[in-house]
Design a binder for this molecule. Structure first.
Ligand SMILES: Nc1ncnc2c1ncn2[C@@H]1O[C@H](COP(=O)(O)OP(=O)(O)OP(=O)(O)O)[C@@H](O)[C@H]1O
Length: 276
């Protein structure tokens, strides 16, 4: 059975600005939904609305058939986990302790929590730093640990017929290409096992590679919703990002990939001088 997070005419105004116009969206478990859009479009705000950090001014957010505002905080924390865009950790916790914060909601005892935290660290290629202070890690390393913590919080993608959800705000923004792909594959596997995920990403090519469904947000409004093949069109993405972009669909490539139009301009790539 599919578990859903549904927005029904949910809108939000912050400091006199209508950041999210009334939105009707259903996020389904079992697929990776990626949210893209220009800076300031309202992506993080939408994620906060879905996670319960913001309450809508009008309309409703429903998680698993129940209005989000009626969920008990502890119950919600076991069913969906949130990775914020920036999450500083003020105290000198070790890497293992940070991940255990997520694990502790699911584990039955301390020993199990320790083992699960180590497994989660191995998945993000960070076991070797388990005893290091989190604050001493690089930006990318911190991001991988935060992803491990978040995924540990809702470790089992699906229990009986009810799915859990990951809500990730730019989870790979600090990662090198290898780790971007490995981390998104982890998330994708989570959805393949029945879990749900909404991830905000800026890289359209990575989004194209991994998304089952792409939501395109502009000025607090959904202007595109479908597979990457359906939503990534020259007109739509050039218009929303305000730069001429070209969506390429070579027969040998199963997904569209995007390059700026300037890449094809002769002025940017002058012919290589003949040194002979
Ligand atoms: N707490 C707040 N108070 C007032 N305005 C806010 C608040 N949070 C966000 N905004 C405004 O809402 C708009 C959307 O912000 P949001 O962070 O959701 O955008 P975003 O799409 O995630 O952008 P980015 O890609 O830059 O991360 C912005 O104009 C921002 O200034």
């Amino acid at each position: 059975m599919t578990t859903e997070i549904t927005l029904q005419q949910a809108s939000l105004t912050l400091k006199d600005k209508e950041v999210l116009q009334p939105l009707d969206i259903s996020l389904r478990s079992g697929e990776l939904t990626v949210l893209v859009g220009p800076n300031g479009a309202g992506k993080s705000t939408l994620l906060k609305l879905i996670s319960g950090d913001h309450e809508p001014d009008s309309g409703r957010v429903i998680f698993d058939n129940q209005d989000l505002k009626n969920w008990r905080v502890e119950d919600l924390a076991r069913r969906r986990a949130v990775m914020a865009q920036s999450s500083e950790i003020a105290f000198p916790f070790t890497v293992l302790e940070v991940v255990r914060m997520g694990v502790s909601l699911q584990a039955n005892n301390l020993c199990e929590a320790g083992e699960q935290a180590m497994q989660a660290l191995a998945q993000v290629d960070m076991s070797h730093y388990a005893d290091r202070r989190f604050q001493e890690l690089s930006g990318g390393e911190q991001q991988r640990v935060q992803l491990a913590r978040t995924m540990s919080q809702v470790r089992t993608p699906c229990m009986e017929d009810r799915a859990n959800f990951l809500l990730l705000d730019e989870p790979i923004s600090n990662l090198d290409i290898r780790h971007q792909i490995e981390m998104l594959q982890l998330v994708k596997d989570y959805t393949l096992q029945g879990g749900g995920c909404l991830a905000v990403l800026h890289d359209l090519n990575i989004a194209s590679m991994f998304a089952d469904r792409l939501l395109v947000l502009q000025n607090g409004k959904i202007v595109g919703d479908g597979s990457p093949n359906e939503t990534l069109t020259n007109d739509l993405i050039s218009q929303i990002f305000g730069i001429q972009l070209q969506v390429n669909r070579p027969p040998s490539c199963p997904i569209p990939y995007i390059l700026p139009q300037t890449f094809f301009d002769a002025s940017v790539h002058p012919p290589i001088a003949n040194s002979a």
